[in-house]
Structures are given as structure tokens and as C-alpha cells.
Design a protein around this ligand. Structure first.
Ligand code: OKP
Ligand code: ZN
Length: 343
């Protein structure tokens, strides 16, 4: 399996994440992917190539062009307004306010296009997000051209980003773009299977009213885990998309047994839906030692999950999402890929 990876991820390295009332070094940091690269090489999965340039045409159709322009220009506007620090949203439109009138002043715009203030934008964020997108798109192109599977080692991640809001360390929803590209290439139905610990609110939101992209997510119960305001089991899709959204929220301490049962249920429903291509939002923060998550998966469980996913027999693009127990991120991520490959 080929890995697509761009060194430009390094351009995104904010100093600050707002956590517990403090600014800390972000959990989502450049060194995460070094562990994945090293493990890939260690395990002989050394086919690692740089992606082609991103193709913005499918992205502009799926995501809000105003949002994309905002991401591109936010840092310059912020600095031009005299702001001293990184771009951080201090307030968002809340209940009883206007959720869809975009202010003109940058501080207001930031809140309009953001859903969670832990995530900072810096001068390199846009280019890093584009490079992450490019890896996902090149992986999709390789699978569309006949490869059984490809791995996009994306950083920053994408699954929390909606069509018009960033947050949760995510700016551009790589997995959603890949799913749309499979559709554009002729796949009748596509599934996005999100095994990151956190609910893929962005992906859910983008496809919520669509029957042609099935979304299934295994995640920490939103009553206890970020993104908190989405991810309940009764969110099943709307209109034509009714029944095409599957959420599996699970409680703190959940070990592999029940997690794998949820995975099998999602897999069975993906199989029954007649899906022709699969996108896996591959986060490994369900790991027992993850510093910001609360499931109890062991490293070996990730290989077993990969085996189960392979049982679908679908053309598959893996898009890297989260995983913050950095020394184990490489082992856990590559375990999924090796399990998938039957290694
Ligand atoms: C991104 B991905 C840490 C709170 C972190 C944001 C988590 C974003 C996770 N104290 N809240 O899904 O791995
Ligand atoms: Zn996560």
C-alpha cells in the first residue's frame, strides 16, 4: 500500500491550544507523523511519495468558497488588524444570535467560521491544510486508478471541519473530499467509516441529507467527549439521507470487545448498502493511553480492526485523523494498515 505524504504539514505548528483554561503546546503536533513514517519504514511499508498539487475544483463544489477564502486570508487579516497572537476564536454565534450573518471585522469572522476555540490558525496553516488535502486527493486518484487501497498520511486532520467551519484541529475535511471524488468518478455509493475516537461531526454534517454517501462513526459519547454537541445515536440523517448516518457513541472505559461489535455492525450496514468505495477516517486515539480520549483499545486491537475492515473487500482510502499518544501513534496506525493487508 502506497503512502501519500507531504512535508508541508510542518508549516502548521501553532504554539497554543486552549485546554483546561490554559494555553498548552498543541496535542496535534508535527512530531505525530514522524512516528508514523518511522513505523511504516520499520515495517517495510516504505512506498512513501509526495502528493500532486491539490485540485481545488471538487473542493469548491463541496465546501463553502467563502470559508476557503477565509482560511487562506485569516492570518494576514488578523495581523493587519494589529492582533498580536495566533488566530483564536473568542466567541461564536450562540443560541438566540445570528448564526448566518458573517461579520466584516476579522475577530467576528473568525468566530463565524469556527466551532471550537482550542484550534489556532497561524501563517502556515492554510498551506499545511492544502498539503494534507493533496495527500488525500492523490491517494484517492491512485485507488480510482485501480489500487486496492492507499494511505493518506494527512496532517492537519480533517473530520471535524464542516463545509464552512474549522475546529478540533481540523481545517479542510479531507475524507469528505475523497468521498465526493469517488462519487464524481462514478461510484454509485460511497461510505466514510470514522474510527477516530472523536465523532466526525464535519463529515456527518456535510453528508447529512445525502443517500449517496453513508457515514458511520465510532466515538466517545458526546455527553462526555468533544465535539459534545453532535454524535448521538439518534442522528440518522435527514430527507434523502435518512438512515445513511450511523453513530455509535460509547462510554468512558469502553474496551475493544464492544468497540469491535460496533465496528462489525457498521461494516454489516456498509456491506448491505451496496457501497462501491470506502474512505476510512483513521484516527488511533481510541488507544488506551491516549492523553485526551477514554477508550481502552490495545495496540493489537488496531490490527484486528484493520482485518475486519478489509473484509468489506472495497477500494479503500485511509485518511489519517487523530492519535495523540505519540510514541504509539506509529505502531497503532500501521497496525490498522497491516491488519488490512493481512500482514
Ligand atoms: C481531533 B481529532 C483536549 C481537548 C481537545 C479537541 C479534540 C480534537 C480532536 N483537552 N478537544 O478527532 O483527533
Ligand atoms: Zn480524534
Amino acid at each position: 500500500m502506497r503512502t501519500f505524504f507531504s512535508e508541508d504539514h510542518r508549516l502548521h505548528f501553532p504554539q497554543a491550544e486552549l485546554t483546561g483554561g490554559q494555553f498548552v503546546t498543541p496535542y496535534e503536533r508535527p512530531s505525530r507523523v514522524e512516528y508514523v513514517l518511522n513505523r511504516l519504514k520499520e515495517q517495510g511499508l516504505a512506498d512513501i511519495v509526495a502528493p500532486d498539487a491539490p485540485d481545488m475544483a471538487p473542493v469548491k463544489k463541496l465546501l463553502d468558497p467563502g470559508f476557503l477564502r477565509f482560511l487562506e486570508t485569516a492570518w494576514d487579516e488578523w495581523k493587519a488588524a494589529g492582533m498580536k497572537g495566533e488566530v483564536i476564536a473568542a466567541g461564536m454565534p450562540a443560541r438566540g444570535m445570528h448564526p448566518d450573518r458573517c461579520p466584516e471585522y476579522i475577530d467576528g469572522k473568525v468566530g463565524y467560521y469556527c466551532h471550537a476555540s482550542e484550534t489556532a490558525i497561524t501563517g502556515g496553516t492554510w498551506r499545511a491544510a492544502l498539503s494534507s488535502l493533496a495527500s488525500a486527493q492523490s491517494a484517492q486518484a491512485q485507488v480510482a486508478a485501480g489500487a486496492q487501497a492507499a494511505f493518506a498520511l494527512c496532517r492537519p486532520p480533517g473530520h471535524h471541519a464542516t463545509a464552512d467551519q474549522y475546529g478540533g484541529y481540523c481545517f479542510i475535511n479531507n475524507a469528505a473530499v475523497v468521498a465526493q471524488m469517488f462519487r464524481d468518478d462514478g461510484a454509485g455509493k460511497v461510505a466514510v467509516l470514522d474510527i477516530d475516537f472523536h465523532h466526525g461531526n464535519g463529515t456527518q454534517n456535510i453528508f447529512y441529507d445525502r443517500a449517496d454517501v453513508l457515514f458511520a462513526s465510532l466515538h466517545g459519547d458526546p455527553r462526555h467527549a468533544y465535539p459534545y454537541y453532535l454524535g448521538y445515536a439518534d442522528e440518522r440523517g435527514t430527507g434523502a439521507g435518512e438512515g445513511a448516518n450511523l453513530n455509535y457513541p460509547m462510554l468512558p472505559g469502553t474496551p475493544y470487545g464492544p468497540w469491535a461489535e460496533a465496528l462489525d455492525d457498521a461494516i454489516a450496514k456498509i456491506r448491505a448498502a451496496g457501497v462501491e468505495a470506502l474512505v476510512v477516517s483513521l484516527g488511533v486515539d481510541a488507544f488506551k493511553d491516549d492523553p485526551i480520549s477514554f477508550f481502552k483499545l490495545e495496540s493489537a486491537d488496531f490490527a484486528d480492526a484493520g482485518r475486519r475492515i478489509a473484509g468489506l473487500g472495497l477500494p479503500t482510502v485511509f485518511c489519517m485523523e487523530g492519535g495523540y499518544a505519540i510514541e504509539a501513534v506509529g505502531i497503532n496506525t500501521v497496525n490498522v494498515l497491516e491488519g488490512f493487508l493481512g500482514a
